[in-house]
Design a protein around this ligand. Sequence first.
Ligand code: KG4
Ligand code: ZN
Length: 337
Amino acid sequence: MKYVLGIETSCDDTSVAIVDEGGRVCANVVSSQVEEHAPFGGVVPELASRAHLSNLPRVMDKALADACLSLDRISAVAVTQGPGLIGSLLVGISFAKALAFARELPLIPVNHIRGHVRALALEFDPVPRPALALIVSGGHTHLFRWQPDDAIVLLTKTRDDAAGEAFDKLAKMLDLGFPGGPLVDRLAAEGDPRAFEFSMPRFRDGSADYSFSGLKTAAAMHLKRDPHAFRDLSGQRVKDLCASFQAAVVKHLLQRVKQALKREPAEALLLGGGVACNSGLRRAFEALAKQAGLPAMMTSPVLSTDNAAMIAAEGWHLWRAGVTADWDLNPNVSLKA
Ligand code: KG4
Ligand code: ZN
């Protein structure tokens, strides 16, 4: 049996995973840095790279122990090349290079966003194709067509903020804490989604891009109009604003999927990325798929947020296609999907 060891350090999660040639996740260890960054209300890049540096050896040892494997059973090393934070990526790539070089193993460069798509194949086997895959996270909002020939083709993406970033910024405006997405989700459950008005982003040129900066500005305006009403973080106005904002984000996310469904043949609707944890989005996504007569396939929380299992899985795919990196591999902070 062959095993690929995946390394993910693109943002603030240090993760090492091992996936076998049958696509089984033998280990997937994620070390979160939330506690380090929480006092600053967001990810501090310098702190993130330092934490990756000290976490990686321990996280790798735990992954090997979980998989009951020694290093000499590993056949290849896959690592996130980008997109992400430069220092964080650099730490992961340097670690992967050293490991691969010392063990004389192939080094496989992985695109983080494509990893999020590939995560779906770890939970759903087979994923019917062609499928529409919506990947929504703190850094990205992309809609893909995943073709029967395995090509992953970008259909549309955000032209400004990512959806997760918008959730995090609303949480920051309300002073809810970090990371904001799950906190907004929790409060939204007790709020009225019709309490505040949010109009759907629209472009003069009729573009089907995503855009979340307008929704963020609209939330800031609602807050500014009556700041006292939002002081009590367990108060109804806060819950109502979270619910209305979440409903607008979800509506916009699905609006583009509906448009794509009119012209794209699809056998399934796929959802991944950290925001796939959002309860409102999951419900609405499932309802949309039902309406379209398609299966809804959504990654579970551990494979939705950043993890190295998806990097190892995409690594397997690339390795089979003959893709490997040279020792001069560098991070690419703005690697395109
Ligand atoms: O995929 P991920 O772990 O990292 C990136 O590649 O960005 O996604 C993290 C993002 C954060 O913005 C976080 O607030 C958001 O996913 N998120 C959520 C929820 N859980 C995580 N957003 C909304 N509702 C949630 N339940
Ligand atoms: Zn991600």
